[in-house]
Ligand binder design. Structure first.
Ligand code: ZN
Length: 261
């Protein structure tokens, strides 16, 4: 049963324009928090439709762009140098990198690694360009279940899970798909989960300047599942609460219930 304090709306069309958000909702502030957060002007439907319109047709995920693969670095292009290193790794495993199945693996792996870390080359301010909308809306906006695929910087093995983002506007709202793209530009890097959580919150705080931001990530790490203690079901949960989310436990709890935590 839905939380009686939280009214959820489907954002029409978002699923077709933003693959990263599997289940996107706008959650209204509970009645009791409206005075604290200021008067809401305009209906949730208005806000919802303006956000959906803003995402329509403009979503360009970070895509399969391979960052500067052909850029010269010492000893050849970036791709050539990485490919040689992967070939060395394969040799050190006792494998024959020239056998049919492995012949193209060094270049494939180098391209995959560049693709998985393409977030280094994207400017968050560029993503937000023209995506900030002036709205007299001071309720809570929540986007939940943004899929995360990142690489643990300690083992270069993937960690995957979900990111939930909430913010309370100070009069500026942002297209919902942009929150997913902000998340993506930071998770497409070598990461540790705690820093990733903080970086996403900092970027939203810096660019949108809301009353507060909440970011929670729940992820499982292959470096725990495949090696060491082989904790296959362990989930790591990290959170960053800033502004009103840090100061007011009831706002924090409202966010938690919105994302099912
Ligand atoms: Zn690790």
């Amino acid at each position: 049963m839905a939380c009686p304090l939280t009214r959820e709306l489907d954002v029409a069309g978002l699923s077709t324009t933003c693959n990263a958000i599997e289940d996107s909702t706008l959650a209204s502030a509970p009645a009791g928090s409206q005075n604290r957060l200021g008067e809401r002007a305009g209906s949730l439907e208005d806000i919802s439709s303006s956000m959906a319109a803003n995402t329509n047709g403009e979503v360009q995920r970070l895509g399969n762009y391979i960052p500067q693969a052909e850029e010269p670095v010492s000893g050849g292009t970036r791709l050539e140098k990485m490919s040689r290193a992967v070939k060395t790794l394969i040799e050190c495993l006792g494998e024959d990198p020239s056998r049919e199945g492995l012949r193209k693996t060094p270049q494939r792996y180098a391209e995959a690694l560049l693709s998985c870390t393409r977030g280094y080359h994207v400017d968050p301010h560029g993503i937000m360009n023209n995506a900030l909308l002036m709205e007299e809306y001071s309720g809570m906006v929540v986007v939940r279940d943004i899929q995360v695929y990142s690489l643990c910087e300690h083992h270069l093995l993937p960690f995957t899970g979900k990111i939930h983002i909430g913010y309370v506007s100070s009069g500026v709202v942002i297209g919902l798909s942009k929150l997913a793209r902000i998340a993506e530009l930071f998770f497409r890097r070598l990461q540790v989960q705690g820093r990733l959580t903080k970086q996403i919150a900092d970027a939203i705080m810096d660019i949108v300047k809301p009353q507060g931001v909440a970011v929670v990530i729940a992820a499982s790490h292959l470096c725990m599942a495949m090696r060491g203690v082989q904790e296959t079901n362990a989930m790591t949960v990290t959170s960053s609460f800033m502004g009103c989310f840090e100061q007011d436990v009831s706002i924090r709890n409202e966010f938690r219930s919105s994302v099912g935590l």
